[in-house]
Design a protein around this ligand. Sequence first.
Ligand code: PMP
Length: 416
Amino acid sequence: MAQLSPVLTQATPVLAARGEGVHLYDEDGRRYLDFTAGIGVTSTGHCHPRVVRAAQEQVATLIHGQYTTVMHRPLLRLTERLGEVLPEGLDALFYLNSGSEAVEAAIRLARHATGRQNIVVFHGSFHGRTMGAASLTTAGTKFRAGIGPLMPGAAVAPFPQAYRYGWSEEEATRFALRELDYLLATVSPAQDTAAFVVEPVLGEGGYIPAPPGFLEGLRERADRHGGLLIVDEVQTGFGRTGRFWGHEHADVRPDVLITAKGLASGFPLSAIAAPAELMGRAWPGSQGGTYGGNAVACAAALATLDVIQDEGLVANADAMGLRLRDGLRKVASAHPVIGDVRGRGLMLGSEFGTGGEPDTAAAQRAQREAAQRGLLLLTCGAYGNVVRMIPPLVVDAAQIDEAVQIWSEAVAAAVE
Ligand code: PMP
């Protein structure tokens, strides 16, 4: 009899039978508040009726209209609609299935468009598990160890991790930009540097927002040296941070934007967006894939955009995020084991450990205690010591308050 590979790890023991809104239900009908949203994917909540209806109608009409063979209407409509929410000038889109694949596509594009090889990423980055994306991933050795040699040409500069350094955000930003300049002067010459790839909020690396001035500093250097600024909005996009895109908290325009996760409410779909002129520098046919831009996924993405707009989910993420952050800060102030609470919108983390010493065991206990009490959470950070909350963007005040109450009990039980 076959079994699942032992390589699979699972954060909770839940066998999910169905989902509705912010809740998952197991086979015995037990209800869980899902503050993982499938790692930040089910932005409109589980099985939003409008997403379900759009997908059902599309399934009965055309499931797979393979886009390098024939074109289909959902892909054209989605392209038009995304054009309304993308930063100005990023008017060409290419579709894939996962975040990692879109990162690969962005690497190809950057190398084609600039004729340069090197990609600079920022320490704590997570860009995916495929070999190119894994080469850009510095959020933990588990993503890299034993699988090398990785793709050459990746260079790592510091991300301004103020709490870890014990500095202010200004000091951390100044340090990170100075080190980036040093990297460009010593390791990755400007004329060889194709792009900076950055997450507006460091995700798997510990839920650390780019402080004010950091993305602007990258933009300035990309302009000065002629490289591209690529924002990986796989986790931060689609309203997650309380703005439609995570980079909108800064005053920058990226050259390339990568999106996935929240884009299609759970259907596999990702995309890269860039100015058509830039995309046009890649060779025709140099990007592709069998399943990219699947018709059902595109129909679900169109419904997702409708729901986000009609239900005001970006504003809700902002308001509910502030409410959740206040609640998490109260819990942290009662428990000194939590050294920092941070994030943007509904992308919030509580870091366990103080004075630069991670307390991974306490974080993992708190995560388990929460799951036992019906609140599903994930951890992140290089040491797994940051417990993160990424509920669906439809979450309401009562659900936030319930989650904070459970979290407070879970942390108390974890540090007993
Ligand atoms: N980039 C970021 C910022 C991510 O958070 C993730 C997934 N956690 C990825 C890329 C990879 O996406 P996927 O798992 O869909 O390949």
